[in-house]
Design a protein around this ligand. Structure first.
Ligand code: PGA
Length: 240
């Protein structure tokens, strides 16, 4: 894995965007895998700046999001659908027909989503990492051969995400539809972004630990084209 250490969160966004804009420019009809959460926001800001300056164009771009809460209305302010429109899609010229958000509850719907992802083939997947080492909502213990399915969120994830729900864990959805680890690993290129001290141990386990379901992100050691971008705090323990 290639590791890029940045000073600030803003620098992480700029570094990730360099890879993104190169993809958008070299392959105008590229397929992007996108993530939600606090971490990708600086990247999305840079992507919007590039679009505003005419450097990038989204009319041929296809997107698939990693995950979405189950039993949350699409237009709920904390749905990942709302997040993506607020933080990226509303600001670029993407064709809405090319936007794919997980939106299902049955295994059949999950299988359909997985098939669309696999058929299109993700050129560049953006990932965050949970402080428990999850990627997407593939929590510790997830089988590396998993595909898109409905998952139960780990208690630590519900706790971490309660900050978006008035700090009330009872308001956080307890399940999500998530791409599986095998689905993610099928991406041609992956950029994993991690910022802040709370990600330090997970980043270290991902890079230096055994490849073990205890840290789902550790499977990325087996992918041939992964770039990990960290700020100082998240990268503090990197000794490789
Ligand atoms: P965060 O979430 O960016 O909100 O920290 C990342 C993740 O859980 O994958």
């Amino acid at each position: 894995m290639k590791i890029i250490k940045c000073n600030t969160i803003e620098d992480v966004g700029i570094a990730a965007n360099e890879i993104m804009s190169e993809m958008l420019q070299s392959k105008p009809n590229c397929v992007l895998g996108l993530a939600t959460g606090s971490t990708p926001i600086p990247l999305y800001r840079e992507m919007i700046k590039d679009f505003d300056s005419g450097k990038t164009d989204y009319k041929g771009v296809v997107t698939f999001n990693l995950d979405e809460y189950v039993n949350i209305p699409t237009d709920h302010p904390e749905s990942y659908n709302s997040f993506m429109f607020q933080n990226l899609f509303n600001h670029v010229n993407i064709n809405e027909d090319n936007i794919h958000m997980p939106n299902g509850i049955t295994q059949e719907e999950c299988d359909e989503y997985d098939k669309s992802v696999m058929d299109c083939g993700i050129d560049l997947q953006v990932l965050g990492i949970g402080s428990n080492g999850h990627i997407g909502f593939n929590e510790p213990g997830t089988d590396f051969s998993s595909t898109t399915r409905i998952v139960d969120l780990a208690a630590s994830t519900i706790e971490a995400n309660s900050r978006f729900f008035n700090n009330d864990t009872s308001l956080v959805p307890k399940q999500a539809m998530s791409m599986g680890i095998a689905t993610i690993m099928n991406s041609k290129k992956i950029v994993l972004i991690a910022t802040g001290r709370s990600k330090r141990d997970a980043v270290n386990a991902m890079l230096n630990g055994p490849i073990d379901a205890v840290c789902p992100a550790s499977i990325l050691q087996k992918h041939s084209n992964v770039i990990v971008i960290v700020d100082q705090e998240a990268g503090e323990n990197i000794n490789k």
